[in-house]
Structure formats: C-alpha cells, structure tokens
Ligand binder design. Structure first.
Ligand SMILES: Cc1cc2nc3c(=O)[nH]c(=O)nc-3n(C[C@H](O)[C@H](O)[C@H](O)COP(=O)(O)O)c2cc1C
Length: 376
C-alpha cells in the first residue's frame, strides 16, 4: 500500500504523458526495468553522507533518503556503501559487509516503499581513495594508520595524489576477496529490501581504477589491454547476478571520461556496454571524472548527457547525471531519447520536493503524498 495520490486534475494538460504509444516518454512516464516499475524517470543520485557508525545506517539516512521519496522521486539510490571495511572512503561510510548492517537499511527501504518510490543502493569499494578524512574535517586526504586509518588496495601501487595513502597492489587472493565481497553485499542488499543494486565503477574508486589506463599498470590478466582492465568489473557484475534476483535490475555507474590525454574516453565504453548487457546489467548510469586529481573538466549544464546518449546507442538504457537542475531540461533529456532516467544530486539536496514542483511546472500528475494534498 502506498501513501501517495495524484495531484488534482487541474494539473493535467495536453503536455501530460501522451496516450500515443509511439510518442517518446516524458519525465513523468513510468519506466519498466525487469519486474520493477518506476513511477517516473527521476532518481536521487547516490550521495555519501559520511554519517554511519561502523557502517550502520542511522536516523540521518532514514530522514535524508525518506524525505526524497516523500518529495516524489521515482527511485532513491542510497550512497556508496562499502562492501568491506577497507573499501570505505571514510570511517563514516555506510557498509554491507556484515548481517548486522541489514536491519537499519530495511527500516529505510520499508519507509521509501510506503511512499511509492523504489529503492536502490550503490555498492562500492574505494580502492586507493579509501582511508581519508571526512570532507568537513579540518584535515584533508589520508588518515594515517596511527590515527585509525587502514591499508588501501589498488590495481597498481600508485597513490591517487600526494596527500592520499600509498596503496598495496591487489594479488590473486585480494582480487577474489573483492568479487566475493560484492557478491555477499548484494545478497544482503536484497535482504534489506532494495529493488536496484548499482555497482560503483566510477569516480576513481577501485573498479574505475582497474578500468583506466591512468591507474592500472598491471601486466597480468587484470591489466594490459582493455579486456584485461575490464575483467574485475565483469567478474563483479557476474558474481552479483548469481545472487541478485532475476526480477530486479542491476545498474553500473561509470566515468565515461577521465578528461586527460591517455585516459578513458566514452569510445572505450562502447564495446563494454554489450558485455555488461550480456551479464544482466539493465542500465548504465553515466558520470565522468574522479580518477585524476589534476583533470580539467568542462563542467556546465548537462555536460555529461552526450555520454549517456552515446552509451544508450551502444545497447543499454542509460541514466544521465550532472548539472541537471531544471524540469524542462530533465524532461528534454528523456523526450529526446538521450537517456531513460535522470539522476539529480545537489539540486535534490537543495530541494527534496523538486520532483513534485517539476510535475506542476510540466503539468504532469505528481505523486503528492495524501498528507500534503492541501498544499497542491
Ligand atoms: C554530497 C554528495 C555526495 C556524493 N556521493 C556520491 C556517491 O556516494 N556515489 C557516487 O557515485 N556519486 C556521488 N556523488 C556524485 C553525485 O551522485 C552526482 O553524480 C554529482 O553530484 C553530479 O550531479 P549533480 O550535478 O546533480 O549534483 C556525490 C555528490 C554529492 C554532492
């Protein structure tokens, strides 16, 4: 049972989702992925809150994620959630490496479902960008071992930047553990009630570090060629699909460009998309950057949307993210077939009710909670 209701008919108009089955979908058209139907094309992008204790979700996560479900998003994706303690960016990261971490997340997914939204969780390993201070701490970069930090791992023993930890190169046992940890975390995410698992292969964290020639200088089967560099990601996705229910979608977030000469470009992902599809991935969430501290990124409105369009042409539904802030802009991304889903991060921090206000602006039926009906 859901506690949502459509907004009054006065808000419906000719620009509401068309009845023509051949017409392109709008921002407020449902999206079907396997057995899951999202009520609209708006997703809350994963956003680290660094507010967990021992990886356990707290009331902060309930209110943070819950209020964005109340605000009308179709899918609420919980932040980068570490599959192992050494995979945390900071000591405040969410985790799913023990069964004790399931129950506090179940409370959150139950609440979000009551609001009529679907739930996702991003599973992550921070690789050489682990063991760092909270972003609002006075000190930045590495937390040394003596101060409670931990040994970090990477494809090659090269730090991300001068003030980051020196990582240890992953060997065969370490690689197997990474795959096993992602598989076990996905099984726990299912028990916690999540509808979508997103594999974090972006932003310079472990799986991106393996994909990128900037950070992967191995000469074994996990490096050397594009196929070798993609191996760990493909093994992780395969392991997740072993335990993740067939009716539930899997997303992969990628950084489609390293934004440096010699780094990954969106062209590198074109052959990878059909391989991800064959392994049971349902949507690629297309971000960029994060693997090179000095990269110059031409940030601007919707600057990553062309990457989402390119990878959609390569054979999978995509999510577009990055400086999408206006309802008409988001609607245009969907209506022009550049992506199937838009993910918003900072705009939804500023306004959790953005989807309801967007529905009003676009004259679509927004999922106004019955409790708030008198305001609409
Ligand atoms: C506070 C905050 C935390 C974030 N944490 C994550 C994260 O856990 N995983 C991730 O893939 N991206 C993370 N991001 C990046 C966002 O998901 C998003 O890709 C980025 O902010 C661009 O979207 P925007 O312009 O709508 O903010 C974070 C962004 C912010 C602002």
């Amino acid at each position: 049972m859901t506690a949502t209701a459509s907004s009054p008919s006065a808000h419906e108009s000719p620009s509401a989702p068309s009845l023509d089955p051949a017409a392109p979908p709008s921002l407020f058209a449902p999206l079907q992925l396997r057995d899951l139907t999202l009520r609209n094309r708006i997703a809350v992008a994963p956003m680290c809150q660094y507010s967990a204790t021992d990886g356990l979700a707290t009331d902060w996560h309930l209110v943070h994620l819950g209020s964005r479900a109340v605000g009308g998003a179709g899918l609420v994706i919980a932040e980068a959630t570490a599959v192992s303690p050494e995979g945390r960016i900071t000591a405040g990261d969410l985790g799913l490496w023990t069964d004790e971490q399931i129950a506090p997340l179940r409370r959150i997914t139950d609440f979000i479902h009551e609001q009529g939204a679907a739930t996702g969780i991003q599973l992550a390993h921070a690789g050489r960008k682990a063991s760092t201070h909270l972003p609002w701490a006075e000190t930045h970069g590495e937390v040394p071992l003596a101060d409670g930090g931990w040994v970090t791992v990477a494809p090659s023993p090269e730090p991300f930047a001068a003030d980051y930890p020196q990582p240890v190169e992953l060997g065969p046992d370490g690689l197997r553990k990474v795959v096993d940890d992602f598989r076990a975390a996905a099984a726990r995410a299912d028990r916690a009630g999540f509808d979508v698992v997103e594999v974090h292969a972006a932003h310079g964290y472990l799986l991106h570090e393996f994909l990128s020639p900037v950070s992967n200088h191995r000469s074994d089967a996990y490096g050397g060629t594009p196929e070798g560099r993609a191996r760990l990601l493909l093994e992780v996705v395969g392991a997740i699909r072993e335990v993740w229910p067939a009716g539930k979608p899997v997303f992969v977030r990628v950084s489609a460009s390293d934004w440096v000469d010699g780094g990954l470009t969106s062209e590198d992902f074109v052959p990878l998309v059909p391989q991800l599809r064959a392994l049971g991935v349902d949507l690629v969430d297309v971000s960029s950057g994060g693997n090179v501290a000095t990269a110059q990124i031409p940030v601007g409105a919707g600057y990553q949307v062309p990457f989402a369009a390119q990878l959609r042409d390569a054979g999978l539904p995509t999510g577009a993210v990055g400086l999408i802030t206006a309802p008409a802009q988001a609607d245009h991304v969907i209506r022009t077939g550049q992506a199937d889903l838009v993910l918003l991060a900072r705009e939804l921090l500023r306004d959790p009710y953005w989807p309801l206000l967007a529905a009003r602006e676009l004259r679509a039926a927004g999922p106004v909670p019955v409790q708030y009906g008198r305001a609409w």
